[in-house]
Design a protein around this ligand. Structure first.
Ligand code: GUN
Length: 283
């Protein structure tokens, strides 16, 4: 069955909107997200625009800071410093990738963990590792919400994650582990990937290769979550999974577009609201 990520995401955004409407009615401060976009990467521009639209939709305050790709590391750090200190800002997101002359690690480590709505700061990564709350990366969190929506209990299930990125593969593996799944992480060096994937009750495809996973990788009745955003031979958006080839084998499968992608943005809204609530609580 096709999982309607877009529909689930819209429902979750509506829930955020209701909460923000209430804050407005009560005359409270409104949560604010600031997105920093460095340079002109076309895909990043689309993602940033979509994030801005989601803020408009939910009523959250939103600011996009557009910086030249020639900006120095120090100037970018200064910008983040200003936002860290600005009490009206709840969420800071630096859209990746950033230009090569800037040290990504240094930038991400400089964002106040309390405002790190991407969940990329080592403090939040450690909290995820230890299952101590904190801000969790949006895409993996979106996948957990999807599993909740289809009432899928991960306890004892075999999850195979393909792709070991810090943004998706590693965090989603931890989230599944915390839900008592048996988790296998695969990557470019994995031997006999097909037979490992074929064991999966839940297959998470996050390698960035168009339509890589066909029916040979998928067990009958598996849940398939496709994180890929690629272009196929006709320049059409497609995932890492060959949807047409797999859809009748999988019990549930997320399409691309309209699957995991919209969930990521709606989780960003939730993370910003969560950061806001926590900061208000601690005032
Ligand atoms: N670029 C691609 N995905 C992401 C993401 O989740 N967060 C940020 N900041 N940049 C990205």
């Amino acid at each position: 069955m096709r999982i309607d990520g877009k529909g689930i995401a819209n429902k979750r955004k509506d829930d955020v909107k209701v909460k923000i409407d209430t804050l407005k009615q009560e005359g409270k401060r409104i949560p604010k997200l600031v997105v920093i976009l460095v340079g002109e990467d076309p895909a990043s521009k689309v993602y940033v625009r979509n994030k801005d639209r989601a803020c408009q939709y939910t009523g959250m305050l939103s600011e996009i800071i557009r910086l030249e790709d020639t900006i120095s590391e120090d100037d970018l750090l200064n910008e983040i410093d200003r936002l860290n200190k600005d009490d009206s800002v709840d969420g800071i997101l630096v859209q990746l990738p950033i230009p090569k002359h800037i040290n990504e690690e240094k930038i991400l480590n400089f964002i106040d963990p309390a405002k790190d709505v991407d969940g990329f700061h080592p403090v939040n990564v450690a909290k995820l590792f230890l299952n101590q709350g904190g801000l969790v990366p949006c895409t993996p969190q979106g996948m957990m919400v999807i599993l909740d929506e289809i009432n899928y209990d991960l306890t004892g299930k075999e999850v195979v994650v393909v792709g070991r990125s810090n943004i998706v593969g590693k965090p989603v593996a931890l989230l599944c582990l915390h839900r008592n799944a048996t988790v296998t992480m695969c990557h470019s060096r994995t031997q006999d990937l097909k037979s490992v994937c074929k064991r999966a009750d839940v297959l998470i495809a996050a390698i960035g290769k168009p339509k890589f996973f066909n029916h040979e990788y998928v067990k009958d009745g598996a849940v398939v979550l496709d994180v890929g955003i690629n272009r196929d031979e006709n320049n059409k958006l497609c995932g890492d999974v060959d949807y047409e080839d797999v859809k009748d084998i999988a019990s549930y499968i997320t399409p691309v577009p309209g699957g995991i992608g919209p969930m990521t943005i709606s989780m960003l809204m939730e993370n910003t609201l969560k950061a806001y609530e926590k900061r208000e609580e601690e005032k």
